[in-house]
Design a protein around this ligand. Sequence first.
Ligand code: ATP
Ligand code: MG
Length: 644
Amino acid sequence: MEGEAGSDKSLPERVKEVVKENIPGTTEKKEKKEKKPKAPKPPKDPNAKPANVKPPKPAKTEPAAPLDPDAMFKEGWLAGVRKERPEDETVCTRFPPEPNGYLHIGHSKAIAVNFGFARHYGGTCNLRYDDTNPEAEEEIYFVKIEEIVRWLGFDPARITYSSDSFDKLYELAEKLISVDGAYVCHCTPDDLKDQRGGTDVKNKKPRYACVHRSRPIEESLAEFRAMKDGKYKPGEAFLRMKTDDFKNGNPQMWDLVAYRILEKPHHRTGDKWRIYPTYDFTHCLCDSFEGITHSLCTTEFILSRESYEWLNNTVDVPHKPMQREYGRLNIGGTVLSKRKIKKLVDDKYVSGWDDPRLYTLVALRRRGVPPGAILSFVNELGVTTAKINIQIVRFEQSVRKYLEMSTPRLMLVLDPIKVIIDDLPDDYIEEIENAFGPKDVDMGLHKMPFTKTVYIDRDDFREEDSKDFFRMAPGKPVGLLKVPFPITAKSFTKDESTGLVTEIHATYDKPPEGEKFKKPKAYIQWVAESPAHRSPVKAEARIVNPLFKSDNPDDVEPSFLADIREDSLKIFPNAMVEVGFNEIEARRPWPQEAGESKPENCGPESVRFQAMRIGYFCMDKDTTKDKVILNRIVSLKEDAGKTS
Ligand code: ATP
Ligand code: MG
């Protein structure tokens, strides 16, 4: 390989050559009888699965060819929803999170559906903070929600707050009372339940209206103003919508609460209000104020559609939006509820809301999952009215498939053992060329030094050789990926107290000029010591595995906490990366996609690479000048995610 750097060949041609040469697996035999679970057979490609691991079953909905990124809008349920409104009407949607927590993977579906639908049909989408409950809202959630939306590649046309419409909503509440569409009620929560047929599901009683329902309009109006002015304490009075005289079979039509008293200052309106509108009163009206055409939400709201339309019609808003409902996305094997995640954070089971073992979007981002992989996952699943339950392995498989196409490759040694190649001169330096993307010549080449001292992974060495083991053992030639000739271990030293091998002595099996050499049965990853090249790059590698043992931690008794795995985080403090890492860091984000095409949306996590034979990694925010911290995004193969 020496001397090729100066050749006349074009870069793509040279990349092809480098890739062709020394591809592990092309002439290697298989480690068939290997019993150790982690031992990989010499693969055709460094990504291939070891012999003892069943290939993951292809998911049913996974297409053979890459899916059109807009497939979910062009066909099926969303395409149908588009056709329900006039073709010449500009689409306007909104994503309406309650700012009471961090968004999770399920929300990425809502973001993709609302923002993506508007973008696909040439319209706009607002980010609307549904901030009508001052008891649960905090500033940090507002900031983090917007950041994640932008990171996913969407720029809200407007950022709105339901609270900005409190005045208008109040006016419409008075209007509703004056058209005999609402009344002030003083019933207790138990009274309300009773009016709605009682709590015994099997033995429902007849529903009935309370005495307040028939009070004069003027009285309700005066009482509503009194609620606003502080005459009542929380729970003593509230405004109810006068919907359908309890005859309708839909519980959403049983005189829902429109306004309640909450003696809490609001983060935006301070202590101006003592009464706050409910979701049922606010959502449809804010949709109308903002000119929303398609109000897309999840199917728990299907019964709300009737009350949504009733209110807009009764106060006769000039613009009438349309609510339609799609199925929620749920991920099994983890918890998504804000309360449960908060418990994990507060009790220090995890390091924070962005701990890479969680399925909040901030955690997935920190773990290195690219925004495009999340969108592609949602697109693959498609959008219908059915609720979707997906296990973590399926999500990871989708991420792996995405990364496979786009991520540069490097060598990483997790748990290094020093190998001294005794017959190389002390100052020996050979520059080896390696392709970032064996399948994509456009990714280019990088150089790495090969010297007298290299490091290999502890996992790739055995003190005693056996017939079914093809990697490094005393007396057996083994290939170092991309290095022209094999090396052979001759001796090794051990630390007596730990029993661990500390140093291996080897020879470089370069044949005499003109003679052929036998290709080794396996190639392993390595990094060389070369202070002149600042090699190796020192790193700490964090391998995150599922946080829970079962597929349904929510169902575990006495609580989901009993389902936590002890070994969900494995740390390799002395890992080493080859110097190509510096180029990947400088070229980040690589590739540019979704929100990461804007520098302000790129954090350390946009430095991603495939560690050959190990998995996909990214740089963690804990990285310092002296030490790179790496997170494993996903393993190269499904099983390793559960066991290593
Ligand atoms: P959670 O209770 O899981 O925290 P939420 O419904 O309270 O969720 P919101 O902030 O109200 O969270 O959600 C904002 C939007 O995201 C809503 O339109 C909601 O329907 C949608 N959404 C929430 N969870 C999911 C999910 N798992 N799948 C798809 N859409 C979701
Ligand atoms: Mg909610």
